[in-house]
Design a protein around this ligand. Structure first.
Ligand code: VG1
Ligand code: CO
Length: 543
């Protein structure tokens, strides 16, 4: 079968964002759109001749078709072997694990993560490097430059492969190895957390609910929680991955996982609740009657991870994305650990993990992870929580309240203004940046600005500098507001406003978050003119 070299012309908009290229399905369905981007990725993989590549996606609409396109193109571009999840499915953490264990040169992950799916929903393509992590900025920029000048792509004229059965087939000279998506991942989890200890807790009557939100983690959670850990059938709900996620937003937060929140705050709440997102890398943790913010979750995990087999030697260090609350910093300070602050997006943790500088890291957006792979990992976070609950013999809500008593509480909320006109959002950020030098010392209600800057990250490992990663305003009263524009949306702009305030005093840890943050929210509007620029009185989503 001769390789086809087909002429094409570039699309100007194929620059990857916070996490890969994300567009609506109709955009991806435009003739040559997928092919151009995939060829650009392949062109940027040095040494792809004869190498191994990992391939899979979260099963959303168009996953099936794109898997076949990528397989043909990989074969036509000289790739030696592709390890692909059965039916083209792999959660993002499972893909990261396979890239590492199979010594692949990289992986192509098909997902738009927490964005809705379906014929009118979103799709995405992301390239991960040989360390299993999202390609760093120099690579994504190289892919973008390539895509902006592309003239032809290579493929084969072959029928679709049957990806429904495990085993190996040949696609011209390339081996296609179809693997069970769950097995290797579940085995890795058994090494990191103490399954026996959790099983004993389950045998003692511990009950939880895991809501897979009709996305990729259903089969993973069913295998691990129900089969290996012995939880009763029905522990995992919405466990069948659907191409449109049942019409829902597969974003595990109190707004989009409302059913879980209602259960956990109602009279029949089980001991623990959890959820994950479209591609399985995010996690939501809920104790009885208490939603645990991802920032607090990271801090609690950092404080107790050493009880689990994977972390018995202690942690090398921790990291959080800049908008994530400073709760984990307090744990690091107490334990004498280095604590790094990175820009939003998992790709910035890769160097720190590879260099052995950190063991745990996380983001306020429900992403938590460790050095076991190079992606955030939803189910892993749930399992580590379970192991900690079992080891401490305390329910999740008690663990969190005890944590606040020891360290103080960082009240936290994120206000998203979605679908804002791009020009209005840009104008807001431009004016805000211009106003920064004059802000220090100004008072907003009871708050005084102590520092204000536009976050620039200097990578301590490779020395690279990434400027303009979000405006942060720090108040003398130990409160903070951060402003940045989302890099994962597919229509208009999303303004994210991150609010936090530290409350050391015991006895003041049970305020409604909105009340604790009211003054900070008012200051945020006064500083950035949110209403004036966006015309919105209220955020579209508060998480
Ligand atoms: C968002 C989150 C960020 C996360 C990214 C990818 O990015 O804020 O923390 O890493 O999504 O997560 P942005 O640029 O929209 O704020 V996932 O689970 O959607 O791959
Ligand atoms: Co995700």
């Amino acid at each position: 079968m001769p390789i086809q070299r087909l002429a094409t012309t570039p699309f100007p908009d194929q620059r990857p964002g916070t996490s890969g290229l994300r567009k609506t399905v109709p955009v991806f369905q435009t003739a040559c759109y997928v092919e151009n981007f995939v060829q650009s990725i392949l062109d940027c993989i040095e040494g792809r001749e004869g190498a191994t590549l990992v391939l899979g996606g979260d099963g959303r609409y168009f996953n099936r078709e794109v898997v076949q396109i990528v397989l043909r193109m990989a074969a036509a571009n000289g790739v030696g072997r592709v390890v692909v999840g059965r039916d083209g499915l792999l959660s993002t953490p499972a893909a990261s694990n396979l890239i590492r264990t199979r010594k692949a040169i990289g992986g192509i992950i098909l997902s738009a993560s927490h964005n809705p799916g379906g014929p009118h929903g979103d799709f995405g393509i992301k390239f991960n490097a040989s360390n299993g992590g999202p390609a760093p900025e120099p690579v994504t920029e190289a892919i973008f430059r390539r895509a902006s000048a592309i003239t032809e792509y290579r493929t084969l004229d072959t029928p679709d492969l049957d990806l429904g059965r495990e085993g190996e087939t040949l696609l011209e000279g390339m081996r296609v190895e179809i693997v069970d998506p769950v097995t290797a991942y579940a085995a890795m989890m058994e090494r990191i957390v103490d399954f026996d200890r959790i099983r004993a807790m389950v045998a003692g009557g511990f009950r939880m609910r895991f809501d897979a939100l009709s996305a990729i983690t259903g089969p993973y959670a069913a295998e691990i929680l129900e089969r290996r850990l012995g939880m009763p059938a029905g522990t995992v709900v919405n466990g069948t991955p659907l191409p449109d996620f049942g019409g829902h937003h597969p974003d595990p937060n109190p707004v989009h996982a409302r059913e879980l929140m209602e259960l956990m705050t109602g009279p029949d709440a089980p001991d623990f609740g959890a959820a994950s997102d479209g591609d399985g890398d995010r996690n939501m943790i809920v104790g009885r009657g208490l939603f645990v913010t991802p920032s607090d979750s990271l801090a609690v995990l950092a404080a107790h991870a050493h009880v689990a087999p994977g972390y018995r030697g202690g942690l090398a260090g921790v990291a959080r994305s800049m908008p994530t609350s400073r709760a984990v910093d307090r744990v690091a300070a107490r334990l004498g650990l280095p604590c790094y602050e990175t820009p939003t997006g998992w790709k910035f943790f890769g160097n720190l993990l590879d260099a052995g500088r950190i063991t745990l890291c996380g983001e306020e957006s429900a992403g938590t992870g460790s050095n076991h792979i190079r992606e955030k990992d939803g189910l892993w976070a749930v399992l580590l929580w379970l192991d900690i609950i079992a080891a401490l013999g305390k329910p999740a809500d008690r663990i969190v309240r005890d944590h606040w008593r020891e360290y103080g509480r960082d009240y936290y909320a994120r206000h998203d203004y979605e679908g804002v006109e791009t020009e209005a959002a840009d104008r807001l950020m431009t004016e805000l940046r211009a106003a920064l030098p004059g802000l220090v010392g100004k008072r907003f209600g009871g708050l005084t600005v102590r520092e204000a800057d536009d976050f620039a990250y200097s990578d301590p490992v490779d020395g690279s500098v990434t400027p303009r990663q979000g405006v942060r305003v720090l108040f003398a009263e130990d409160a903070r507001v951060v402003f940045r524009l989302s890099g994962t949306g597919t229509s208009g702009a999303t303004l994210r406003v991150y609010l936090e305030r530290y409350e050391p005093a015991d006895g003041r840890h049970d305020l409604p978050t909105a009340d604790a943050l009211a003054e900070v929210a008012a200051a945020a509007d006064a500083i950035a003119g949110i209403r004036r620029h966006t015309g919105r009185d209220e955020p579209s989503v508060v998480t």
